[in-house]
Design a protein around this ligand. Structure first.
Ligand code: ADP
Ligand code: MN
Length: 330
């Protein structure tokens, strides 16, 4: 069984805190988190299956304390076994204060299986803080809202990475050829008037082989999922402050074309997620990945029975849908 020492840094996060990890195969995404986030994953799986479909597959939890000999190994092992079985297999959360600071959630890595994953984190909401936030945080986050697209559109581009093709070079391009748009991009360069540009920069890249026609197909695929997420959110009673829509698609144009061709030959691979009728031969059905849309970051998410849908998050989801409609030409 692997130990904590077998986990490696996850280098593809486009926003959020440091300290995310992966396994050597890259199938897992492991994030230090609070009990509240774990609780939201577990309650969503138990009571909101339609929404859970759009969460990254939850594998269980880990403690990231290297000094806890035995326990950590056992839990990593259990998580690795769990990822090969049904999502409802959950490694029990150990309760008690000690765990809290070392607690991490083990999720499916949404960027796994892509040749060159392009990744975009869109943070949702006008109000970004939960009721229990400290006064200082409320003031700081309200300022972010005031200064960004959060205010009118209910979302902002939190960060993205976009592959620029073989041999691409530049001060904002990493060794692998990804252009990195950090948190300053969506905070200071993007406003209501040019927000489409951010999505165009994400989706289209001539140098990576993603032209107008191919990019439009990607935008349409994203739109289908965002529309579905909107419908699910409209039908449930949740509050999610500072959650995100995570968009991933194949950033290598040649690989993207091949994946789309393959999907058109066996339509089961086209859908985002698993085909219901193929549980037994899942491994045979999964082709090269085209795109994925997930809702992530539930540090401040709860179910609120009787209080109606989350209009705060929904404003952002609807705004993103409008941008994608525009880009997809629908
Ligand atoms: P934080 O609370 O630090 O903001 P997030 O859950 O938003 O944590 O994750 C931070 C970043 O990690 C995201 O912007 C995204 O790039 C990446 N990420 C989060 N969840 C996943 C996942 N399941 N698979 C792949 N990448 C992920
Ligand atoms: Mn986040």
């Amino acid at each position: 069984l692997p130990s904590r020492a077998d986990l490696i840094d996850y280098n593809y996060a486009v926003a959020g805190h440091d300290g995310t990890l992966s396994d050597v195969d890259g199938e897992l995404f492991i994030k230090p988190c609070t009990m509240a986030e774990i609780a939201f994953y577990e309650s969503s799986l138990a009571t909101h299956p339609e929404f859970a479909e759009y969460m990254p597959t939850y594998m269980g939890t880990l403690t990231l304390d290297e000094n806890q000999n035995g326990k950590t190994v056992e839990e990593v092992g259990a998580a690795l076994i769990a990822k090969r079985s049904l999502p409802e297999v959950v490694v029990p959360v150990k309760t008690g204060k000690r765990i809290e600071t070392n607690l991490a959630v083990v999720l499916e890595n949404a960027a796994h299986g892509f040749v060159k994953p392009n990744i975009l984190d869109v943070k949702l909401g006008v109000r970004l803080w939960a009721d229990d936030a400290a006064e200082e945080k409320k003031i700081r986050f309200d300022k972010v809202t005031e200064e960004t697209t959060h205010k009118e559109l209910g979302f902002r581009v939190a960060g993205m990475r976009v592959w620029q093709g073989h041999g691409a070079k530049g001060s904002d391009i990493d060794e692998e050829g990804y252009k990195i748009y950090d948190k300053n991009y969506g905070r200071f360069s993007i406003h209501r008037g040019n927000v489409h540009e951010a999505f165009k920069n994400f989706i289209f890249s001539e140098s990576a082989g993603i032209d107008e026609e191919l990019g439009k197909l990607v935008a349409q695929a994203f739109l289908a999922d965002v529309t579905r997420i909107q419908a699910v959110l409209e039908g449930q009673e949740s509050r999610m402050f500072s959650a995100s829509l995570l968009f991933v698609f194949e950033g290598d144009g040649a690989a993207l074309r091949l994946a789309m061709e393959e999907a058109s030959r066996s339509p089961a691979t086209l859908v985002n997620g698993d085909d219901e009728n193929s549980e037994e031969d899942d491994d045979d059905v999964v082709g090269p990945k085209i795109y994925v849309v997930k809702v992530i970051d539930f540090a401040h998410a709860t179910w609120v029975p009787g209080q109606g849908p989350d209009e705060n998050a929904l404003l952002g989801v609807r705004s993103v849908a409008k941008v994608l409609e525009h880009i997809g030409g629908v």
